[in-house]
Design a protein around this ligand. Structure first.
Ligand code: PLP
Length: 408
């Protein structure tokens, strides 16, 4: 009878709690810079023109229906999703096994479950310090040896702590799992340079570590899919070509399909040494994870994304849509910094303009963030992370004035 009595109440998710407070705030000048979701210049969610067109195509197909998908997911999605990550010339048939997943979170979960079911969770897992907090929960549930961090953000100079990062790679137990953000790092907006990626991946190779790229923002850092896949392609074509690499892929942000949960998990195999039988066995293991977790993954969003990726006109439209989103964010970064300069706000704010992707690690303290919310109706994460996508011409001055007030 009392099986479910006295259960520990867990804390609310910090980011969704911010959203809940924002939703009920009646102040007309409220600004949401918490959850990482793109907003247009009127502060509204944006349905990408490429998505609208794909929906029309899908719904006018006489075969249109809501049948179950396959266990491994929509074939066209998996094929084209791999192509945009790994490039047109990559031999996906030989080197990739993949399944569709419940967006990026599901991809991470399937990866962790796969490693667990193969007995490969007997190792430490390393996340950047700081990272997207859900990483800890996802891998924590799959019984890895321990969750650890590698230095990433140096608050003193707001730069990458490369030496700390390399030292930790070198001192980690051989064969640890390293979760890397390939571009548009969440939460800092700070990415390694090409030269730094070479150093990082070489250090990882020296210690035989397993890499998992968590690709949630391809196209958001630069507006270009291939530029944003630089680190992944450097790994699979060059530095780690003799090693397996996991890649988790989300279409939440770059196609604006947040709620439709479209993603994939790809296991990239070494250039040689794996047979067709190995591939089939790995595919069956991935399928088994999907079958027990959700049986099949959602079909509707997958059809939309697959249509965009496989139709030349829609792909072109989508490329423009990504530039629309990434360039509006870059413009807002510059506008915010310019306003802060106009106000003579104490401190240097140039990092807001140089950081990339959806987020800025502003450097505001927990107390200042609380004051931003309480006094100015500007909502951001307690870490000082701001989703720059929430800024627009109508609110950037208000946000600059709020920052100015709380830091003085
Ligand atoms: N990984 C990172 C680093 C993220 O920031 C996010 C979303 O914010 C995700 C994965 C997963 O997102 P989703 O499950 O919505 O695709």
């Amino acid at each position: 009878k009392s099986l479910f009595k006295n259960v520990t109440k867990l804390p609310n998710d910090a980011l969704f709690a911010i959203k809940a407070r924002l939703d009920v705030d009646t102040r007309p000048n409220k600004v949401g810079l918490g959850i990482g979701a793109y907003r247009d210049n009127n502060g509204k969610p944006w349905i990408l023109p490429s998505v609208r067109k794909a929906e029309k195509i899908i719904q006018s197909d006489p075969e249109y229906n809501h049948e179950y998908s396959n266990i491994s997911g929509l074939d066209a999605l998996r094929k084209h999703a791999a192509r945009i990550l790994f490039g047109d010339s990559f031999d996906c048939a030989k080197r990739v096994v993949n399944v569709q997943s419940l967006s990026g979170t599901g991809a991470l979960h399937v990866s962790a479950k796969l490693l667990q079911s193969l007995g490969l969770n007997n190792r430490d897992v390393y996340f950047s310090d700081p990272t997207w907090n859900n990483h800890y929960q996802i891998f924590g549930k799959c019984d890895f040896k321990a969750s650890k961090t590698y230095p990433y953000w140096n608050p003193a100079n707001k730069q990458l702590d490369l030496q700390g990062f390399l030292t930790t790679i070198a001192s980690a137990e051989e064969g640890s799992l390293f979760v890397l953000h390939p571009c548009a790092h969440n939460p800092t907006g700070l990415d390694p340079t090409e030269e730094q990626w070479t150093q990082i991946l070489n250090a990882i190779k020296q210690k035989n570590h397993l890499v998992l790229f968590d690709s949630a923002y391809q196209g958001f850092a630069t507006g270009s899919l291939s530029k944003d896949a630089y680190s992944i392609r450097l790994a699979i074509n060059d530095i780690l070509k003799d090693y397996p690499v996991l890649v988790c892929q989300s279409f939440a942000k770059n196609v604006g399909m947040y709620g439709e949960r479209v993603g994939c998990v790809h296991l990239v195999l070494p250039e040689s040494g794996y047979t067709k039988e190995d591939q089939d066995a790995l595919q069956s293991q991935l399928n088994a994870v999907i079958r027990s977790e959700c049986s099949t993954t959602p079909a509707y969003g997958a059809k939309i994304v697959a249509t965009i990726l496989s139709n030349d006109d829609l792909y072109k439209q989508w490329s423009e849509d990504m530039i629309t989103m990434s360039s509006r964010i870059i413009e807002m970064r510059h506008k915010l910094v310019a306003k802060l300069k106009e106000l003579n706000t104490p401190g240097n704010w140039d990092h807001i303009a140089t950081q990339v992707g959806m987020f800025s690690y502003t450097g505001l303290t927990v107390e200042q963030v609380e004051r931003m919310e309480k006094e100015h109706a500007v909502y951001l994460a307690p870490s000082g992370r701001a989703s720059i996508a929430g800024l627009n011409d109508g609110n950037v001055e208000h946000v600059a004035k709020a920052i100015d007030e709380v830091v003085r």
